[in-house]
Structures are given as structure tokens and as C-alpha cells.
Design a protein around this ligand. Structure first.
Ligand code: ARG
Length: 426
């Protein structure tokens, strides 16, 4: 067993197997290895500049860290599950590479400020990924909208056909929603982009460190102001998962519409067979599993948010091991959403609207009744409430005579409102 550099001498070096198992987070937080090394290199560079360690020692450490990064990337070295987490693993690898000088890296630092730094760097890069994914998704939505400005479809409220709209109009609603998602993520990024390094365990350090310098090296806007807050704070993780949950909710609503629209009851759209699965027993079935799974996985993302809020709500300041559990939640939400966006892209890209069917249903349900009321207000000097009454009469008349509004002739309309002019038929 490799020696854990963070194991105190006053503790016997053996941890119970049970604790080792529950305490170990390396299977999960190994995803942070690049960020951990980036943070360590910045910290070490600052230690050299502040003359806390010599540049000879510092260069050895940095060289060692860079090598470790390449080797992990290439899969040349494995991480040891017995060594708790990614921070201890990398420190122990560094000891193996450069010997005792490795022990100088953790001067004026704690895993408590280290882990927040790593997580901030990771989330920051993922927000940038999402910015690109979401921009691209908006483009795909806009493309479909552009091709369907004249595709008339029924607009619904209460699942009842309400008014005719265009498919473009409907799709562009999602462009707005995704726009807000982008804005929210960017906002989260702005708020979180402060450097916690230097907070150490919770109280800062007696070394004369330069936090402005590490902020610059790690592209943080500035150092965090309060060291206790710095190591206690997981707001940025919550905010990030919240943004993802909300985005997920949007994608789930879109999925729900695609599921409805592609059903036999609607037949509004066709999707290519690749995006459906069959049934093992019903040969005629085409199931929209992709869209259904986006809808289902959104529930999991929402529960990740709720789990993290619950996890933190009872924690006194500052660091508690409970916080270690945040990683699996945030990684899961990120992976889920990334997958959901990619599937949503495919669904929208390949959506073929059934224009005749949409138009046909747009004429069901007297969808132009409000337009008739509006017309009377604009041309016949009546209030909207009066216009509304005339329009209701017209609908009753049409219903009685088993006609749609567009099947009435001018004389029938005149029966309801005799001074109306012919333009109303448009
Ligand atoms: N693995 C820990 C986490 O993810 C790192 C911080 C450990 N700090 C400590 N005092 N035990 O939260």
C-alpha cells in the first residue's frame, strides 16, 4: 500500500477497510486531475515568486506535475483507490517522481481550498462548453424556424386548440428559453469566478502568499474575500446544477412535444427511424425513446439539485466531508445534460413537419374566432367585449350548421353582424 502523505502520525497508519471504502472518492474525483494539477502549478509558481520555496525546488515540482499530467492522460499511470482522493493521489505520485521535495507543494495550502479551486476550474470550463453547445442548438432551432414561417399549426392552451400559429413561432419560443439558459450560465460564471486558493483549511495562512498572483495565473477575477466562506461555499455548484436543471426542464418540454407530435393522434411531425426503437412484441411500433429518456433524465438532474441543497442545509461553516458528495452530483448533471442536448439536436435537425395535417387541425376548433372579434373592434367601432359576443354568436352558428369558420360564406357572417365588410373573409 502506498503511503498517504496526508495521514497524521498520531493516527495509526491503517484505516479500517470500511472507512477506506466509504471515504474514498478517487473513482469519482479523478475527473479533476487536470484542474488539480493546474491549480498546483499556479500555487507553486506563486510560492516561488513569493520566495516561500526556492525556484530550484519549485521547478522540480512543476516539472514533476506536468509529467504526471501527461502520464495520466496517456493512461500510463493509474490512480490508487486506497489514496482517498485526487489530491492525495497526485501528491503521492509527485513524491514517487521527485522525492521529498514534493512535500513542499502543500505549503500554505489545504485540501479544503484546493478542492474548491479544482471544482471552480472544472465548472468554469464546462460552462464554456455549454455556451458553445447551446449556441449551436439555437442555430439548429432557428434553421427549422426559417424553413417554416409559413407552416400553419394549431396553437394550444389547456391542450385545446386555441389559435393558429406558425411552426416557426412555436420553435422560436425554445430559442428564447435556451437564450435565457445561456444567460443564466454566464451569470453563474461571473459570480463564481473568484479565487479561493489561500483560504487554506479555513483561516488563511501565516505565509506571506500572493493571492492576486494566483488569481491572475488561474484567470480568476480576484481572490475571494473571506477565507471561511471560501471553503464553505458550494453555492456555485448549486447554481450550476440549477442552471442545468432548468435547461433540462426546457429540453424535457421539447421532448414531450416531440413525443406528442409524432404520435398517431397528432401526426404533426415525422422523425427518421434511427431515432426510434421498435417493440419486442408489437411489430408496428415506433417508440420515441430518445425523447422519453431526455424527459426521464431531467427528473434525475432535478433530484441532484435537491440532493445538494439538502446536503448543505445543515452544515455549519466551514468544511465537512459531506461536501465530498457534491462531485458525483455535479458530474452526473453535466453528463446527463450534455447527452440530452446532443439528442435534442438530432431530434430537431431531423424533424419533418406534416404541413397538411397541421393546417387541417388549425382549422378545427374555430381558431380564428378571436381574429374575428379583433376585426370588428378595428373596423366596426365596437368594444372588444362586444366583438367577443358577436364572435361567440358566429361560432355557435357555425357549430349548429356543422361548419368550420373558414367554411362560412359572407352572407352567413353578415347575419351575425350586418355592417361588416367583405374584407373580413380574409
Ligand atoms: N476529497 C475531499 C472533497 O472532495 C477533499 C477535501 C478534503 N478535506 C479534508 N479536510 N478532509 O471534498
Amino acid at each position: 500500500m502506498k503511503k498517504n502523505p496526508a495521514r497524521n502520525v498520531h493516527l495509526k497508519n491503517k484505516v479500517s477497510l470500511l472507512l477506506e471504502k466509504i471515504n474514498s472518492s478517487i473513482e469519482i474525483d479523478q475527473r479533476l486531475y487536470k484542474e488539480d494539477i493546474e491549480g498546483s502549478i499556479a500555487h507553486c509558481t506563486m510560492l516561488i515568486k513569493s520566495k516561500i520555496i526556492t525556484s530550484k525546488d519549485g521547478s522540480m515540482i512543476i516539472k514533476g506535475l506536468k509529467k504526471i499530467k501527461t502520464e495520466i492522460k496517456k493512461g500510463q499511470i493509474g490512480l490508487d483507490t486506497k489514496l482517498e482522493d485526487i489530491h492525495i493521489n497526485i501528491e503521492s505520485l509527485l513524491f514517487k517522481k521527485i522525492g521529498n521535495v514534493a512535500g513542499k507543494l502543500h505549503t500554505a495550502r489545504s485540501r479544503n481550498d484546493q478542492v474548491v479551486t479544482d471544482l471552480k476550474l472544472w465548472i468554469r470550463s464546462k460552462i464554456n462548453n455549454f455556451e458553445n453547445e447551446l449556441k449551436n442548438f439555437q442555430k439548429i432551432l432557428i434553421n427549422i424556424a426559417k424553413r417554416n414561417t409559413n407552416t400553419i399549426m394549431p396553437g394550444y392552451t389547456h391542450m385545446q386548440i386555441a389559435q393558429a400559429v406558425s411552426l416557426a413561432h412555436h420553435i422560436m419560443a425554445y430559442v428564447e428559453m435556451i437564450g435565457r439558459d445561456r444567460e443564466r450560465l454566464n451569470n453563474c460564471l461571473k459570480r463564481m469566478n473568484e479565487n479561493p486558493l489561500g483560504a487554506c483549511a479555513l483561516a488563511g495562512t501565516s505565509f506571506n502568499i500572493n493571492r492576486k498572483y494566483t488569481s491572475k495565473l488561474l484567470r480568476f477575477n480576484k481572490p475571494t474575500a473571506n477565507s471561511i466562506d471560501s471553503v464553505s461555499d458550494r453555492d456555485f455548484v448549486i447554481e450550476f446544477i440549477f442552471c442545468l436543471s432548468l435547461l433540462g426542464m426546457h429540453l424535457s418540454r421539447l421532448s414531450e412535444e416531440i413525443i406528442l407530435w409524432s404520435s398517431q393522434h397528432f401526426e404533426f411531425v415525422q422523425l427518421p427511424d434511427e431515432l426510434f426503437t421498435g417493440s419486442s412484441v408489437l411489430p408496428q411500433k415506433k417508440n420515441p425513446d430518445g425523447a422519453e429518456l431526455i424527459r426521464a433524465k431531467t427528473a434525475i438532474t432535478i433530484s441532484n439539485l435537491s440532493a445538494l441543497l439538502s446536503l448543505l442545509k445543515n452544515l455549519p461553516l466551514s468544511y465537512y466531508k459531506d461536501m465530498q458528495e457534491d462531485k458525483s452530483l455535479v458530474f452526473n448533471s453535466y453528463d446527463t445534460l450534455l447527452e440530452s442536448i446532443i439528442i435534442s439536436n438530432e431530434l430537431i435537425k431531423n424533424l419533418k413537419p406534416n404541413k397538411e395535417r397541421m393546417l387541417f387541425l388549425s382549422n378545427e376548433g374555430y381558431t380564428t374566432a378571436t381574429d374575428f372579434a379583433d376585426y370588428l373592434v378595428q373596423n366596426n367601432n365596437v368594444s372588444f367585449r362586444e366583438g367577443y359576443k358577436f364572435s361567440a354568436k358566429l361560432v355557435n352558428y357555425a357549430e349548429k350548421n356543422k361548419k368550420k369558420l373558414n367554411q362560412l360564406d359572407f352572407n352567413e357572417v353578415k347575419k351575425i353582424k350586418n355592417d361588416v365588410d367583405k374584407n373580413v373573409m380574409k
